[in-house]
Write a protein that binds this ligand. Structure first.
Ligand SMILES: [Zn+2]
Ligand SMILES: [Zn+2]
Length: 295
């Protein structure tokens, strides 16, 4: 198994200097749960080097509460140094730890060429593509009242469709390798009566772009109370031959490789026996097995 989606810091934490000891502890925790390789994938928006490219994408937002919320959120996060992060993960790789260098890249409409140019200057192994906000609305920020209030102001079907449109645009941009938490829009527990059309569009976005899709245990830790993607969407990805990664999306050591054995069982149920791994953004497949020590 893989854990190809890991963060070094909780969202509220401002101490953002990565250490080799921290990466080593992540690898140990992963190995204890049958995970043979991890990818560190910190958010692009946590790094000062991206600030000038991305800051102000919320300026056109007509909702003042959402605009203000995003500005505060941004200033809370854009504090880490990308060179130090890359250097730390490189040092871990050089020390022989089973880790690859990644990043979680959000979708910024109209700015992805600039993002790609910035990232091309670093030796990333894998780039996750994510949609965490629709326009300026952080639909997945469960701790932000302004963002959660918006769920009652919007139509759930429209929210899902707008989310999928952003995923389609992100996939078409060709910037990233893996669709992270593909149906994240369900995070707060809001679902359309008939999600099948959105599921089909998500599968088509992956197929047409050649991106892999991530099977993540993080949804079990949220009100959605199920993995990303949901089992019917996972089945669709598998049926269309979309390569898969597995992930915990941990923001702390205790969640690294969370429920990897359950993810392995979900993969077995849809007859997937290989996972997609990456080196230097080139894909290769690895066998999918949970590890002999797991129940
Ligand atoms: Zn994410
Ligand atoms: Zn993440």
């Amino acid at each position: 198994m893989l854990d190809y989606h890991l963060h070094l810091w909780p969202h509220g934490q401002r101490d953002t200097d990565p250490t080799l000891d921290q990466v080593s502890a992540y690898c140990d925790q992963a190995a204890a749960h049958g995970v043979t390789e991890i990818a560190l994938t910190e958010h692009l928006f946590r790094f000062r080097q991206a600030d000038h490219l991305l800051r102000g994408f919320w300026d056109d937002e007509p909702n003042a509460a959402l605009r203000a919320s995003m500005e505060v959120y941004w200033d809370d996060h854009a504090r880490a140094d990308l060179d130090r992060y890359v250097g730390c993960v490189q040092a871990a790789k050089d020390a022989g730890l089973p880790v690859v260098l990644g990043l979680e890249v959000d979708y910024y409409r109209g700015r992805m060429d600039d993002v790609a140019t910035l990232l091309a200057g670093y030796p990333f192994d894998v780039l996750l593509g994510s949609v965490h906000w629709i326009g300026t609305w952080r639909f997945d920020d469960l701790d932000d009242p302004a963002s959660m209030d918006e769920w009652s102001a919007r139509d759930v079907d429209d929210a899902w469709s707008d989310y999928v449109t952003a995923i389609e645009e992100l996939a078409a941009s060709g910037t990233c390798d893996v669709l992270a938490h593909p149906d994240l829009v369900k995070v707060a527990g809001h679902r359309p009566a008939t999600p099948e059309e959105c599921w089909d569009r998500l599968v088509e976005a992956a197929v047409s772009s050649g991106m892999a899709a991530e099977l993540s245990s993080a949804g079990w830790r949220k009100p959605a109370a199920e993995p990303y993607p949901s089992p019917p969407l996972l089945r669709r990805f598998a049926r269309h031959g979309v390569p898969l990664t597995t992930a915990s999306d941990a923001h702390r050591l205790a969640d690294v490789a969370d429920r990897s054995a359950e993810l392995a069982r979900l993969l077995a149920a849809v007859e997937v026996d290989t996972l997609r791994a990456f080196r230097g953004r080139r894909p290769h497949d690895v066998p999918c097995h949970a590890g002999a020590d797991l129940p």
